[in-house]
Write a protein that binds this ligand. Structure first.
Ligand code: FNR
Length: 386
């Protein structure tokens, strides 16, 4: 079975009169999700920083790249597997951390639904600190598929240590520390609707289940007191000096998300970080930060010393292949799987993941790249305009 076989399954079902349940193209899926989701959830997922040029540019930056195909390779047996932080993964795709997964699903448990899709597909999930179900339950729902825990480092060091310890105990394979969100970027859509889910109590399960957090809440029975305390501890403006403390919190592989400058990447690896994760947070935090354009510089700076993860603007298997050819070790999918989740829970996420993997696999077949090592030798061209 190859990932590309998903297209045969769809066609065979068609012969039996059964059409695909979900849209196949990312844009169609997004339009369907926009129509189906509650407006406040939709604007939170779709919106970004400033005039949102960054999230648009993330997508067009992929559209302006192409790979020179190689013929007579006979890439009939493809191997998309990759070794990452001690995990042997069947593909280089992972589910990027998304903090409102819970409410994006109809039953309010989207983190669990996504985790179940991860279990079904073997594609690891990076579970966000901001979730509707505690990280232990999310990990359990991931079954035999390994997972990573994403930490928003709180200002309270005891709470940070507690969250990391819980992630270790729950069996996560790595800790991904997101650096670009200690303060929320200026997001006009959320401001226009005065909508910030966490202030309304959403996605706080990891805090409410944490003794170190609860110990600091003046009146734990009062929701307002809880949320006020959360706003006090949420965002830690980390500095390089803090990295040794962070490193010392765990023996698990430590990954820094939001590193985009080559110098920062090199410095992080030299300081003992196990991986860097190039991302502009899908254009939700800083406006005007490139993402895929910076990936090759980061890859060159890090060399073979650490894997480089990437997300931001990945909408298809073609984009996954492009990011891999530009040097990413693994590629994160963000908003598209949230659209699948909103439309069909676990089945919806599974469909999106299988579609992306099928497209990537078939593109590698057609272009003559049997595995990721071959893909890294690909000649990637810039296309000013189609
Ligand atoms: C995010 N992202 C994010 N990142 C993170 O480290 N922790 C989090 O809790 C969240 N939450 C979150 C919520 C929503 C609604 C979105 C869309 C994104 C960023 C995410 O991991 C990833 O970087 C982006 O989604 C990539 O951009 P695209 O490809 O989804 O546009």
């Amino acid at each position: 079975m190859t990932y590309g076989d998903y297209q045969n399954q769809i066609h065979l079902r068609g012969l039996q009169g059964v059409m695909p349940r979900f849209a196949v193209a990312a844009a169609d899926l997004e339009a369907a999700a926009a129509a189906a989701m509650a407006p406040s959830v939709w604007t939170y997922v779709a919106g970004g920083a400033g005039d949102e040029r960054t999230q648009r540019a993330n997508v067009t930056a992929f559209e302006r790249r192409g790979i020179v195909p190689r013929m007579l390779v006979g890439a009939s047996d493809r191997d998309l597997s990759v070794d990452l932080f001690g995990m042997h993964l069947p593909s280089p795709l992972f589910l990027a951390p998304v903090g409102v997964l819970g409410v994006a699903a109809q039953d309010g448990h989207g983190d669990l639904a996504t985790a179940r899709a991860s279990a079904r597909t073997g594609v690891p999930m990076v579970a966000s600190t901001l979730s509707e179900d505690p990280l232990e339950a999310v990990r359990e729902a991931q079954g035999d598929t390994p997972g990573m825990f994403q930490l928003y480092t709180p200002t309270d060091r005891d709470l940070a240590a507690s969250l990391v310890r819980r992630a270790e105990d729950a069996g996560y394979a790595a800790v991904v520390v997101t650096l670009d969100t200690w303060v929320t970027g200026w997001r006009p859509r959320d401001l226009q609707t005065a909508n910030f889910p966490q202030l309304r109590g959403a996605a706080l399960a990891n805090y409410l289940s944490d003794p170190a957090f609860l110990a600091g809440v003046p009146v734990p029975t009062d929701p307002r007191s809880v949320i006020e305390h959360w706003t006090r501890v949420f965002g830690n403006p980390l500095r390089w000096e803090d990295l040794a403390w962070l490193r010392g919190l765990t023996d698990l592989p430590l990954v820094l998300k939001g590193i985009c400058a080559a110098d920062d990447a090199r410095r992080a690896v030299d300081a003992g970080v196990d991986g860097v994760y190039v991302s502009n947070h899908g254009g939700r935090q800083a406006n005007g930060v490139p993402a895929i354009d910076l990936l090759p510089e980061v890859v060159a700076a890090v060399g073979d010393d650490a894997p480089v993860l990437f997300d931001s603007g990945v909408r298809s298997g073609t984009d996954v292949v492009t990011a891999l050819a530009l040097g990413a070790t693994a590629v994160g999918l963000g908003r598209p799987y949230v659209h699948g989740l909103a439309l069909g829970g676990t089945d919806g996420v599974e469909h999106v993941v299988r579609s992306v993997l099928a497209e990537a696999d078939l593109l590698m077949a057609v272009n003559g790249f049997p595995d990721l090592a071959a893909l890294r030798t690909a000649d990637v061209r810039s296309i000013p305009a189609w």
